[in-house]
Design a protein around this ligand. Structure first.
Ligand code: NAP
Length: 287
């Protein structure tokens, strides 16, 4: 089996890397990670730098917060590019700008390395259950090589198209998720003020046309007032920014996306950026 280096062991990366180990892959990680001990106990090997990790691996996967983090881990001093071997495969599974994904693809090609952008959807629950949706940009050959690895982490795995296409799809996903959370939050804020039982409302709506995973999972979070992330509102704000930039690049007006991005920005300015994105409800309650 190919040796996999996994960089970024946060809410998503840690369970994804653990699932690779469970599937039998030899996995390497960075010793700087807060989750390093847990991964080493599960069988991973720790390396001091991304360069050293890349030198030892056939496939390097990143699962980092944002475009600047991926750029730094890839091209910074002691970064992946300094160590990765020709013939290796680089897969970024973070959610970043499509333009950054394309530029990283070009940098990797310059080293004789193939690259995929493969962002995911399904959240912490999907990462733990190895049931993520994975949307992939890159060559068919690289996709075929990565497929067994993706199958250890996800279920609904689709090659969308050329480099960057995975990230463009993910930006669209985040628009839909963000606007749906806002819709559920507004409905819940209104129902609450009008004295409607939220649990009963959620139950009946889940059987009708308003049914969605957001109403199901985030509706439950809103009722239970459980805003432990999950998906941090500051990361979703980042994704709405990516969507808005992409909209501008293609002259598509994204009015709902802009409105929800503003709501998320206010939540961050109020000090709630590390709460789950379902906490958009709090803004409506406080207004
Ligand atoms: P997170 O919990 O904040 O984890 C990010 C991890 O990145 C950190 O724990 C840290 O891991 C690592 N990191 C940050 N800067 C680094 C650097 N310079 N070098 C090496 N490692 C660095 O974020 P997350 O929720 O897992 O999200 C990761 C990505 O997945 C984001 O792009 C997010 O938008 C996307 N995503 C998240 C969800 C979700 O529900 N959470 C769902 C779909 C997609 P170490 O401890 O290893 O240092």
């Amino acid at each position: 089996m190919e040796k996999i280096g996994f960089i970024g062991l946060g809410i998503m990366g840690k369970p994804m890397a653990l699932n690779l180990i469970k599937a039998g892959y030899p996995v390497s990680i960075l010793s700087r990670s807060k989750a390093a001990d847990a991964l080493v106990s599960a069988g991973a090997e720790a390396f001091p730098t991304s360069k050293a990790l890349a030198q030892a691996c056939d496939i390097v996967i990143t699962m980092l917060p944002d475009s600047p983090d991926v750029k730094q881990v890839v091209a910074g001093a002691e970064g992946v590019l300094a160590g990765i071997r020709p013939g290796a495969l680089f897969i970024d599974m973070s959610t970043i700008a499509p333009a950054t994904a394309k530029s990283i693809y070009d940098q990797m090609q310059g080293k004789g390395v193939d690259a995929l952008d493969a962002p995911v959807s399904g959240g912490q629950v999907g990462a733990e259950a190895a049931s993520l949706s994975i949307m992939v940009g890159g060559s068919e050959a690289a996709f075929e090589r990565a497929l067994p690895v993706f199958r250890a982490m996800g279920k609904n795995i689709v090659r969308i198209g050329e480099p960057g296409a995975g990230q463009t799809t993910k930006a669209c996903n985040q628009m839909i998720v963000g606007m749906t959370i806002q819709a559920v939050a507004e409905a819940f804020a209104l129902a609450q003020k009008a004295g409607v039982d939220l649990e009963k409302m959620r139950e009946v709506l889940l059987g009708g046309f308003a049914q969605s995973r957001i109403l199901d999972l985030h509706g439950k979070r809103m009722i239970e007032r459980n805003f432990t992330p999950g998906f941090k509102i500051k990361l979703h704000r980042k994704d709405m920014g990516i969507a808005l930039q992409t909209g501008q690049a293609f002259s598509v007006p994204l009015k709902g996306t802009a409105l929800v991005a503003d709501q998320m920005q206010v939540a961050i300015e109020q000090g709630n950026g590390d709460l789950d994105h379902s906490s958009l409800l709090l803004l409506l309650e406080n207004e």
